[in-house]
Design a protein around this ligand. Sequence first.
Ligand code: ADP
Length: 261
Amino acid sequence: MSPDSIAPPQPTGENVLEVSGLAKSFGGTRVLRAVDLTLRPGRVVCLIGPSGSGKTTVLRSLNGLETPDGGMLQAPAADLDIDFSRPLADATRNRLRDLSAMVFQQHNLFPHLTVLQNVIEGPVRVQRRPRAEVIDEARALLARVGLEARSDAYPAQLSGGQQQRVGIVRALALKPTLLLFDEPTSALDPELVGDVLSVMKDLADEGWTMVVVTHELAFARDVADEVLFLDDGVVLERGAPDRIFTAPREERTRRFLERLM
Ligand code: ADP
């Protein structure tokens, strides 16, 4: 993919996002305890860890889909400085939502809308941008992932991998600062995984800032700048992928990696 109509935001030198002490409970159960995360522009952070360790809750918190009960979040370019121990104003939550776009495990496309309609829905209806301009951008983005010819198809007429590529295009069309991926390939047949990972690698190479929850360790090793191993709501270990994968310091990390590799 070559950058054309929608390129990643130009780096300003500031961190895209800084999160510290992120905490979240559901009922009486603490699922996140003091999670720290710093995203420099153009960097890719992969979150790995056992099921239930809190990876999705971190992503959903970054996107304003969950409200943490403690911790700080700063995104200087979006003028966001949030203390989650205080009530979150609607305007602040909306700016937090605008900062990022999420690609889900299941693509969540609207079944009754065509591919093109799915992609333009958010930019036109939510962001209220001019329809003709959004359609041009959407077509260009679909071409970049090889789906130009499927603009008028319905999601059910596409393969799982194609649906997920539309999910990625739909996120890009929102022109976010940050892309969040929640196990985007885990619901796909194995032979379809590679296409989606290759689109994600292209986005990383183009300079998008990304947080990726994944069990695809080869992808994390190849693409991530930093890997965070979450266990029971805490970042047990973090570091460069080569170090984490070849010389994990924590016994739990080692055991997790042995199971998956
Ligand atoms: P992961 O992505 O690492 O599998 P999650 O963030 O999805 O972990 O979940 C962490 C824990 O929080 C799990 O025990 C899960 O059951 C619980 N949890 C997540 N969302 C909710 C919710 N909306 N209500 C209650 N418990 C939840």
